[in-house]
Design a protein around this ligand. Structure first.
Ligand code: AMP
Length: 215
């Protein structure tokens, strides 16, 4: 499981880690973003409400998130293992996850907690650009694409996520401090927490993660 503030680089690390280990990458944020492209008739009322929470930067209610994770429980049973990114985000979700894992005879190997000062997190979020087609992630100064606003991998036009705009970023950081930060203590008490400094390039952070997991 990957923990850490929004913008700390969990998504990028999740991609690198799932490539290395062949694990199934489950990102609840990606699932909600995918639901955005469905039309109203294809979207359940709970999902439409979830998208309103997301737009504002608020957390989606636990019940909706858990229903979605339960629908994807096959991902947790992948042969190469699973990698959770952006879930759980509240202690209630973490407790429900324990039940789901227990029901399927699965266990969490480690909880990687990416750590970075808040000012740096805010700068990463506001400069982040993503490709809506292939999900590649860039940063206007720290990881720019070869050609401005064009994805190196698929040629798609890069966009700023709605919830990376300043008003939503403020709400997201508050939600993180209040609801998600306490999860580090929850997993520290279980002896599963692996703290990793999230400074430097994605490759450096990846190498740091691998060494921390090997200890
Ligand atoms: P992310 O891409 O992980 O930063 O998620 C984007 C947004 O999706 C968050 O700001 C929330 O609105 C929503 N979201 C994603 N995962 C969760 C979760 N586990 N619990 C509540 N809301 C979530």
């Amino acid at each position: 499981m990957l923990l850490g503030a929004p913008g700390v680089g969990k998504g990028t690390q999740a991609e690198l880690l799932s490539e290395r280990f062949g694990a199934c990458h489950l990102s609840t944020g990606d699932v909600f973003r995918a639901a955005k492209s469905l039309n109203d008739a294809e979207r359940s009322p709970a999902m439409s409400a979830a998208l309103d929470f997301m737009r504002r930067g608020d957390l989606v209610p636990d019940e909706t998130v858990l229903e979605m994770v339960r629908e994807r429980v096959g991902c947790l049973q992948c042969q190469g293992g699973f990698l959770l990114d952006g879930f759980p985000r509240t202690v209630a979700q973490a407790k429900a996850l324990q039940t789901i894992l227990h029901e399927h005879d699965l266990e969490l190997d480690a909880v990687v907690s990416y750590e970075l000062p808040i000012a740096e997190v805010v700068s990463r979020l506001s400069g982040r650009r993503t490709c809506p087609k292939c999900k590649a992630v860039y940063h206007v100064t720290a990881r720019p694409p070869r050609q401005a606003d064009v994805c190196d991998q698929c040629g798609g036009t890069l966009v700023q996520r709605e919830d990376d705009r300043p008003a939503s970023v403020r709400v997201r950081m508050e939600a993180y401090e209040k609801s998600t930060a306490p999860l580090a203590e929850f997993y520290r008490q279980q002896g599963r927490l692996v703290p990793v400094l999230a400074e430097g390039s994605p490759e450096q952070i990846f190498e740091r993660t691998i060494s921390a997991l090997a200890k």
